[in-house]
Design a protein around this ligand. Structure first.
Ligand SMILES: [Zn+2]
Length: 395
């Protein structure tokens, strides 16, 4: 058995028997950053007003920042892990202060749950949304493949003699309970519940129950600056899976999309834009090959598209709706392009976080929706302040 075992608010101890000769204690002293993880802000009452509508501001376009692949909580037991999160906060803060968006979309892989050895991964999720919340900007989120991935034991925690000892918190700690030692991560539904319970600015939804455990499936209306009843665009959010279940958009989600879009936009009159995390297989078809970029616009063409496991009909449905203007995904940190596909655009966001693989400079895809005449423009704003890859996605 390990030499000692305790967990307080300020110290998380993971004790692994490294060898028969000595016991290795991996101790994480919480620094300022981590200390701020101690508590979530107080829960606020859920909105009772229509929380699925946003409005174009008077006399200005509606601007959205896409924060993709932040990967908070990576290697939380090391020194560099928490420093990465601080850098990610800095990227988001810099870009929010430069662009002043009206809305933020957290495009999945907000956290790296497979690295988070505490029960409540929402503590890290909360760090990721904090720069947006601090500026009073509303946001919505979708899940990526890392957000509820099961915890993976670091190899160096293992002893040649067997599995590492799990250090359960003392029963009088606020993290008490046998479950807290299960290291099973925080399920999507729980993450979403926590986001909503603590943030009046969140427009995220847990989606229809019949789609669970696929959670982040919902639609938001962007209303005209003069008439909240009149839709300028619909923003669809879909859970492309990964982590606790397969990386797909299922046929049940496709049915839901079909039904919902028929209901709220039957004649496809209102433009639609779509957000999910893992690129569909159609992204592979349009991906530039052999340096031939055709009509693609972007600056990072550094890797192959890592698509969903299967295509179950979502692209067919989107293709046949003239109102669908563009799809936005994250997932591939080395890609930031937009390519035309049939009558719509398939776009990657830009790796925003310091967590996750790849050392390409961090940035954020910005969308700007103009109401009259309608247009969607996009560009990428970098952490160092410069912008590039401007593209007109609809006009
Ligand atoms: Zn990622």
């Amino acid at each position: 058995m390990a030499t000692g075992c305790f967990l307080t608010h300020l110290t998380i101890l993971f004790i692994a028997a490294l060898s028969p000769l000595f016991h290795f204690i991996s101790s994480v002293e919480l620094n300022d950053h981590q200390a701020s993880l101690r508590e979530l802000p107080p829960a606020v009452a859920l909105r009772t007003t229509p929380g699925d509508r946003l409005q174009v501001p008077q006399g200005a376009p509606f601007k959205i920042a896409l924060f993709a692949d932040l990967h908070f909580g990576e290697a939380a037991w090391t020194g560099w892990g928490p420093r990465q999160d601080e850098s990610s906060v800095k990227v988001m803060s810099t870009i929010l202060d430069k662009e002043h968006p009206d809305f933020v979309v957290y495009l999945g892989d907000v956290i790296t749950a497979n690295n988070i050895p505490i029960k409540n991964a929402s503590l890290y999720w909360d760090q990721a949304v904090s720069p947006t919340r601090a500026r009073n900007i509303p946001w919505a989120s979708v899940f990526g493949n890392h957000d509820d991935a099961p915890f993976e034991w670091p190899m160096k925690w293992f002893s040649p003699a067997g599995i590492p000892q799990v250090c359960c918190p003392a029963s009088n700690s606020s993290f008490s309970g046998g479950e807290d030692c299960s290291f099973k991560g925080t399920p999507r539904l729980e993450l979403m519940k926590n986001e909503l319970a603590h943030n009046a600015l969140s427009y995220s939804r847990s989606g229809p129950h019949n789609l669970w455990p696929s959670i982040s499936n919902y639609v938001l209306q962007l209303s005209s600056s003069t008439d909240p009843e009149s839709a300028v665009a619909f923003m669809y959010f879909l859970d492309s899976g990964g982590g606790s279940y397969p990386e797909v958009i299922s046929s049940t989600q496709v049915e839901w999309f079909d039904r919902k879009s028929q209901e709220i936009n039957p004649d496809s009159r209102v433009p639609e834009i779509i957000f999910w995390h893992i690129p569909s297989q159609a992204y592979k078809k349009v991906a530039p090959r052999f340096y031939v970029r055709r009509n693609c616009v972007g600056s990072l063409f550094m890797e192959n598209v890592a698509p969903q496991e299967a295509e179950m009909g979502i692209m067919k449905l989107l293709e046949k709706r003239p109102s669908v203007k563009a799809v936005f995904v994250g997932h591939n940190h080395g890609l930031d392009w937009c390519c035309p596909y049939k009558k719509l655009w398939l776009c990657f966001a830009r790796h925003t976080g310091y967590g996750g693989y790849g050392n390409w400079p961090r940035g954020t895809r910005i969308l700007e929706i103009t109401q009259q005449p309608f247009s969607i423009k996009s560009w990428i704003r970098m952490e160092d302040g410069h912008s590039h890859s401007e593209v007109l996605l609809s006009s």
